[in-house]
Write a protein that binds this ligand. Structure first.
Ligand SMILES: Nc1ncnc2c1ncn2[C@@H]1O[C@H](COP(=O)(O)OP(=O)(O)OP(=O)(O)O)[C@@H](O)[C@H]1O
Ligand SMILES: [Mg+2]
Length: 341
């Protein structure tokens, strides 16, 4: 019995945040134990997955012909169920660490507008890869729980999740998402603009990973007057293919990403226009909470504040807020029964 118990993973429930860019897993009683890119590397010749997560991401941009990298989610939605299953299976295998059975319950964070058809497909996928019963938790509620907001309050709490593929703005009152809007312009679009700008203005070619690094180190939503105005990166010359060092002007870079940044700001403004005034009233003193990786883009909170007149508070660890929120529900699934969708 003791031996069997040691080999079985069954007692643990898990919280799962599978995002367009990253996947996080929270294990009941342990906390966040996995935080890796939602990507697979697949060998077309051998017809098998050769790497997942962080290791698979390293193949991007230097992929040999026979190795394809795949993100099964796009714009916050599962676009490719076959590879979604492979990804999920690989991550579950990683956390099981050789133990045989995984029958724990799974709390999966999803946009509140998810359809029954999508839920059914996800349930089937989870079952096929050996997971247990799935509970769907709206991302906005998970974000609120993860930041320690009391979701049962009668007054409104406004949360914006700025991820890799999707922005969701939501209002929560009395444990219910009373408003939710989604835009498909988020972090990935900013990277695409960086790749374009390096190509058009510096005649250099860089891949997604370098563009993301550039965004994180010197990207900004507004000109911040940084001292490090010139940043060096290695790129391939578009004409000769030779490696060359480019000196990137940070102000030029913030001009280059103006379009997706403005789209995010306009999306938030549009939501503020349609959210009933009674819901907005509370945000005047509480502020609006930002979660998700793109909320870390330098100056974005300030720009949003300047353009809307509200205060925007970036959550403490915005990349992990949502999965931590799913973790809050794990040891009292019954209590949260009415909140799952
Ligand atoms: N310091 C940073 N500055 C700017 N962007 C950042 C920073 N850190 C992470 N990001 C971006 O945040 C995005 C990932 O955020 P997150 O992990 O919340 O998204 P996700 O959950 O995978 O996607 P989604 O919720 O949209 O499906 C990526 O585009 C990443 O480049
Ligand atoms: Mg996310």
């Amino acid at each position: 019995m003791g031996l069997l118990a040691d080999n079985v993973f069954s007692i643990k429930n898990i919280g799962l945040d599978i995002g367009t860019s990253n996947t996080r897993i929270f294990i009941e009683g342990k906390g966040v134990i996995l935080d890796e890119p939602s990507v697979l590397a697949y060998n077309l010749w051998e017809k098998k997955v050769i790497a997942v997560g962080e290791k698979a991401k390293q193949y991007i941009g230097r992929t040999p012909q026979q190795i394809k990298t795949i993100y099964p989610l796009r714009d916050g939605m599962i676009r490719d169920f076959k590879n979604f299953k492979l990804l999920l299976k690989a991550f579950l295998k990683k956390i099981k660490k050789g133990k045989k059975i995984f029958k724990g319950k799974i709390v999966l964070t999803v946009p509140s507008a998810i359809s029954d058809v999508e839920k059914k497909a996800i349930r089937e996928a989870v079952r096929e890869v050996g997971g247990g019963k799935v509970f769907f938790l709206p991302t906005a509620i998970a974000a609120a729980l993860g930041t320690g907001i009391d979701i049962t309050e009668n007054s409104g709490n406004i949360i914006i999740n700025l991820g890799g593929g999707v922005c969701e703005m939501a209002v929560i009152i009395n444990s219910t998402v009373v408003f939710s809007e989604i835009s498909r312009i988020a972090g990935t679009k900013i990277e695409e603009e960086i790749i374009r700008a390096i190509h058009d203005e510096y005649k250099g070619e860089i891949g997604e990973n370098k563009a993301e690094k550039c965004k994180k180190t010197i990207g900004s939503a507004m000109k911040l007057g940084w001292l490090d105005v010139n940043h060096k990166i290695l790129a391939k010359d578009v004409y000769t293919n030779a490696s060359k060092e480019l000196t990137i002007d940070t102000d030029k870079l913030s001009d280059a990403i103006k379009e997706p940044v403005s789209s995010i700001v306009n999306f938030v403004k549009k939501c503020i226009d349609i959210i009933p005034a009674s819901h907005l009233k509370d945000a005047e003193h509480k502020g609006i909470t930002l979660v998700g990786g793109t909320s870390l883009l330098a100056g974005l909170d300030k720009l949003l504040g300047r353009e809307t007149g509200f205060t925007f508070n970036v959550a403490q660890n915005p990349l992990l807020t949502i999965v931590k929120g799913s973790g809050v529900t794990l040891n009292s699934l019954r209590k949260f029964k009415k909140i799952f969708i």
